[in-house]
Design a protein around this ligand. Structure first.
Ligand SMILES: Nc1nc2c(c(=O)[nH]1)N[C@H]1C(S)=C(S)[C@@H](COP(=O)(O)OP(=O)(O)OC[C@H]3O[C@@H](n4cnc5c(N)ncnc54)[C@H](O)[C@@H]3O)O[C@H]1N2
Ligand code: MOO
Length: 408
């Protein structure tokens, strides 16, 4: 069947998809299970940190303007142990890093600046400043301060900070439940012999890996049956159990493209084709709150469709910020021949010593060549135009991975 619907730009498609996303409910998880989860509500500090004035050096707690020529050492204060000694003029208390400053003292002189003679110390410098080598109460974090905004993906720093303030569990968005299926009679799994005309089902493993990395709960729904009624039935089952259903293959214009037919009977079709390469055939359908993405069968087209559109939906669903990563400006390192659609070329972006970002593509950009995505840290956005892009021209790129100081 020939489609007449206009091809949407990637930005138009993102706007439509995001307009149909609903936020997932939140749940409370312990800090040991919080890594990679998206914080559902802002975290505020329930207490001051440090909770007591603490020494930042190993040394002696003293009174800064004490004029005594030497101080008697009247006790020891270690981290975790509090003594009830009070520092008075002419005295000092031995103290370790992190230990609470004893009453009466207002500074810590490091051991390096002190001479210990029997049971007293002589400070080997002119002046001790008030508050020297002491972190006052709340110096790092004030009670009530915003410490982690909602929408943050929790990592080691956020989790460690929460623990330091006595927070034992955090509210996070529920993981998206996502079902994945592949379609195509030609597909066999790796590990099985290839018959004539058969190819391996790479999309299954690629999409499951992408979803695991995105923090989703993934269900492999199997290979779609080659009968439209049974395929519709399988999709209906998965829709009931899932926030998102993703298929690959069968969305182009052939008679065997059953997914299009099944999706049309199941829900509202919002997108069928994109003004984009790879990924021209791309279906976005909703059934109630569930989002369905019919990705193309070509492996690179499926990967790009996933990373640009499905990831945006998953981020919006969990409240992650930013929903759409801001592209960076890059300088082309070689000529590029534009296509007839907005092209997302797999590329390597690197940074020179002045901080300028450069880009080169990863070689042949066929939608079947997954090797073009291996090692690519960016999608280089190449708009169509009559003449080739020249080296030194500027384009925009979406980063998928960190940028290094040289092309790798
Ligand atoms: N007459 C036209 N033909 C095609 C058009 C078009 O506009 N007019 N669009 C082309 C574009 S662009 C793409 S992209 C593909 C996508 O087509 P489908 O989504 O229908 O995908 P299939 O035909 O099922 O498969 C395409 C290709 O990918 C291989 N494949 C499928 N599933 C998997 C999998 N799970 N793992 C690995 N490889 C897979 C399949 O064997 C085919 O080689 O359509 C163009 N055609
Ligand atoms: O758009 Mo297709 O995804 O070129 O190969």
């Amino acid at each position: 069947m020939q489609r007449t619907s206009r091809m949407l730009t990637p930005q138009e498609a993102l706007d439509i998809i995001l307009a149909h996303v609903q936020r997932l409910p939140s749940e409370e998880v312990g800090l040991m299970d919080a890594a990679g989860r998206v914080l559902a509500e802002p975290l505020y500090a329930p207490e001051d940190h440090p909770p007591f004035p603490a020494a930042t050096m190993d040394g002696y707690a003293v009174i800064h303007d004490d004029t005594s020529p030497w101080r008697e050492v009247i006790g020891e204060q270690f981290a975790g142990h509090v003594t009830d000694v009070t520092v008075t003029p002419g005295t000092a208390v031995r103290i370790t890093t992190g230990a609470p400053l004893p009453a009466g003292a207002d500074a810590v002189v490091p051991v390096e600046d002190v001479e210990l003679v029997d049971d007293h110390i002589v400070i080997r410098r002119e002046e001790v400043r008030p508050g020297e080598n002491v972190r006052p109460v709340g110096a790092d974090v004030h009670r009530g301060e915003l410490i982690v905004p909602a929408g943050t993906v929790l990592g080691p720093a956020e989790i460690g900070l929460a623990a330091s303030l006595g927070i034992a569990s955090v509210p996070v968005s529920r993981r998206p439940r996502v079902s994945v299926l592949s379609t195509g009679d030609e597909l066999v799994d790796p590990g099985q012999p290839l018959g004539p005309g058969q190819i391996r089902d790479s999309n299954r493993f690629m999409l499951v890996a992408a979803l695991q990395q995105a923090g989703a709960e993934v269900v492999w729904a199997g290979r779609g049956p080659d009968d439209v009624e049974r395929l519709t039935e399988l999709l209906r089952e998965r829709i009931a159990e899932s926030d998102v259903v993703i298929s690959s293959g069968g969305v182009s214009v052939g008679e065997r493209d059953l997914i299009s037919a099944a999706l049309r009977t199941l829900g509202t079709v919002h997108i069928e084709r994109l003004f984009m390469k790879p990924g021209k055939p791309f279906h976005f359908v909703t059934v109630g709150r569930t989002l369905l993405f019919g990705l193309p069968g070509n492996p690179v087209s499926a990967l790009v469709g996933f990373e640009i559109f499905v990831m945006a939906a998953l981020r919006a669903m969990t409240g992650q910020q930013p929903v759409i990563p801001e592209p960076v400006t890059v300088v082309l390192a070689h000529p590029i021949e534009p296509g007839d659609r907005i092209e997302y070329q797999r590329a390597i972006v690197w940074c020179d010593e002045t901080g300028t970002l450069f880009a080169r593509n990863t070689g042949p950009q066929s939608s079947a060549r997954l090797l073009s995505a291996v090692g690519a840290n960016a999608y280089l956005i190449v708009p169509p135009r009559a003449e080739p892009y020249r080296p030194g021209e500027r384009l925009r790129a979406i980063l998928r991975r960190p940028v290094h100081g040289q092309a790798r």
